[in-house]
Design a protein around this ligand. Structure first.
Ligand SMILES: [Fe+2]
Length: 333
């Protein structure tokens, strides 16, 4: 309990995360101490009722700065201009509306589980990822704000707790992932699992878009806790990976391990399902969670979400590294 906010933990229906209720509007006070609450909640916070952000986008940038020293400016990081907010370039637009025109994720097949629930577990649910894991150093934290969410029961965001999932790994899998590196890839390329299965050969990558190795088990730089750090079909490299030093390819030994690990990581007991309401803000820690978007009907529904990405504390193993995604001439001396 703080004078500036109240905390309720865990999130409803989940075993982790916290709901934060601010005492005052953001325009009056953006309280300190939220980053510590995020760390204590295993990396997931929900703050509701922030409708003022829609009219004052800078508030989203200002609250993002409470979670780390650098909020990404998407004008300088090879992002499509149509996905960048016109007055606050630290905001990335996730929307099916023009000019962004990003299609909703596919619906799982079948669309519900055998007992009629929303599928969350991989591989029935696909699209689990941690933001920008194809970059080194990867970002720490994302903030996702609902300007215009779609109706309930679709367009949700799912989160899985990588700290709890790692702690619950059976001993034989812990032994396999210790010291192992995953090879992460930009989504939508020939190196995705679908691309590799289809036999696409356009696998060359620009120097700023090369697949990047990342530890499968990351030690959180704030909490010191180990957590699983992985993606699946769309955001691993299925030509040279998904794991460094294991049989590569979409049907290799590495693929079998990835499938086993992701099915474990996304077991329902590790997952929180968020149904969006206008003015909701979710803050998540990419170092210890994965998330996935769910289907909505892009032909009849319009959705507008704003995202910021915070970086600056990826952990000791990345210390002093040049940014893999920056053209060499743009890297400050
Ligand atoms: Fe994401």
């Amino acid at each position: 309990m703080s004078a500036a906010f109240e905390i309720q933990s865990p999130l409803p229906g989940a075993a982790f995360g916290a709901t934060v209720r601010l005492a005052r509007p953001l325009s009056q006070e953006i309280p300190d101490g939220l980053a510590a609450v995020l760390a204590k909640a295993n990396g997931l916070l929900l703050i509701q009722g922030l409708t003022e952000i829609a009219d004052r986008p800078q508030l989203l940038v200002d609250i993002s700065l409470k979670f780390g020293p650098e909020v990404e400016d998407y004008r300088h990081t090879l992002s499509r201009a149509s996905s960048v907010h016109t007055t606050a370039p630290e905001i990335f637009l996730v929307s099916n509306m023009a000019p962004v025109n990003r299609a909703p994720p596919r619906r799982p097949d079948p669309p519900v589980t055998a007992d009629g629930r929303l599928p969350v577990q991989y591989p029935h649910r696909k699209g689990w990822h941690t933001d920008q894991s194809y970059r080194r150093p990867p970002p720490d934290i994302s903030l996702f704000y609902a300007v215009t969410p779609v109706a309930r029961n679709r367009g949700q965001t799912l989160f899985a707790d990588g700290t709890a999932a790692y702690a619950a790994l059976p001993a034989h899998l812990k032994a396999k992932v210790d010291g192992l590196q995953g090879l992460h890839c930009q989504p939508g390329t020939a190196r995705s699992r679908e691309g590799a299965l289809a036999g696409r050969t356009d696998i060359e990558q620009a120097s700023t878009a090369r697949s990047q190795p990342q530890p499968v088990v990351r030690t959180h730089p704030v909490t010191g806790k180990p957590a699983l750090y992985l993606c699946e079909w769309g955001q691993m490299d299925w030509v040279d990976g998904p794991f460094v030093g294991m049989e590569p390819g979409p049907r290799g030994e590495g693929a079998a391990l990835l499938d086993e690990l992701m099915a474990h990581y996304t077991r329902p007991e590790f997952v929180y399902v968020h149904e969006w309401t206008v003015g909701d803000l979710i803050v998540w820690d990419n170092r210890c969670l994965v998330h996935a978007a769910t289907w909505y009907d892009g032909d009849t529904e319009q959705r507008m979400m704003w995202r910021t990405t915070v970086r600056g504390n990826p952990g000791a193993i990345y210390e002093g590294e040049a940014r893999s995604w920056m053209p060499r001439e743009q890297v400050p001396a």
